[in-house]
Design a protein around this ligand. Structure first.
Ligand SMILES: C[S@@+](CC[C@H](N)C(=O)[O-])C[C@H]1O[C@@H](n2cnc3c(N)ncnc32)[C@H](O)[C@@H]1O
Length: 281
């Protein structure tokens, strides 16, 4: 009886050690969330073109497979990049291909879990995962990536985070987003004319990059027209009607925390001309 119990313990111990150490003796990470299937090279090229990748970019591929997004971005556009994959075979393969492509000075590949990787330095993130993984990853992308960072995905979208651009090539679909900054709330500014200072208030509702605004002018409250948010660039048209006039104000600015700095171009009335614009939340 004692002998049987001892044997059982030894067997359990061996199973545990085997599950901690992979066949090669290196620590084994957890099972991949999605199996390996490479994005066709043509789609890689299309997606990088859509994202306007350039030499200033740091491209992250989360679940990089054989590293083709990162290697192509480095070789063709001079970008730097990082590939992360949970499967050590893929990392070996990526490094081998990067050497052949002569881009080892600009790229890195690391074995790891994409959900636990620090992605803050990325300026472009490439994905080819699964719909549910995109959804699981979405809060991390929106929290950790800087506003203006681009995200591209082969095949799968981000549910109600609408893409800024999308494309299709044969049976392959692909998507592009720009990470938006937070702009929801009440923004105030004043404009000065010969008559004195006049106050404006913009109340913005936001769903990802989609914004909807109401503007209180000295004369009336109107909806913001042609409103856009691209990363931290914001713009809208304010059209209102003081007596005998149609005033159009074209606002464009850069959001930085609770401040927007930019310009406003006004067609007519006491504010006609182009001015600096600063709004505070
Ligand atoms: C469909 S392949 C895409 C490969 C490459 N991005 C491409 O588009 O050609 C998905 C890759 O994600 C890797 N993967 C799966 N789960 C992962 C995880 N949690 N962390 C990092 N990589 C993972 C797989 O090993 C596989 O190589």
């Amino acid at each position: 009886m004692k002998f049987i119990r001892q044997k059982l313990w030894i067997t359990l111990l061996m199973v545990n050690v085997a599950s901690i150490l992979g066949g090669s003796g290196s620590p084994q990470t957890r099972i991949p969330d999605v199996h390996y299937e490479p994005t066709p090279q043509l789609i890689v090229e299309e997606l990088l073109k859509m994202a306007e990748v350039n030499r200033n970019d740091i491209v992250y591929d989360l679940g990089c497979g054989d590293g083709r997004f990162v290697i192509t971005a480095a070789k063709k556009y001079g970008a730097r990049g990082m590939g992360i994959d949970i499967d050590p075979k893929r990392i070996k393969e990526s490094i081998h291909k990067a050497r052949i492509a002569g881009v080892m000075d600009r790229v890195k590949f690391i074995e790891g879990d994409l959900f636990e990787t620090d992605i803050r330095e990325a300026t472009l993130v490439a994905l080819y995962l699964l719909p549910e993984l995109n959804m699981q990853l979405r809060p991390k992308l929106l929290k950790e990536l800087k506003p203006g960072t681009r995200v591209i995905s082969h095949e799968f979208d981000m549910y109600d985070w609408q893409p800024d651009k999308m494309g299709r090539l044969g049976r392959n679909k692909y998507y592009f987003w720009v990470v938006p900054t937070d702009v929801a709330g009440k923004w105030c500014w004043s404009l000065s004319s010969a008559k004195g200072e006049e106050q404006f208030t913009l109340t913005l509702a936001q769903k990802f990059q989609e914004i909807d605004g109401k503007i209180k002018t000295p004369v009336q409250t109107v909806s913001a027209l042609e409103a856009y948010l691209i990363g931290s660039q914001i713009g809208f048209l304010l059209r209102y009607r003081p007596p005998g006039l149609v005033v159009e104000m074209r606002y464009r600015g850069q959001v930085n925390g609770n401040t927007i700095n930019g310009t406003v171009e006004v067609n007519a009335g006491p504010f006609a001309g182009k001015h600096k614009w600063t709004a505070k939340r």
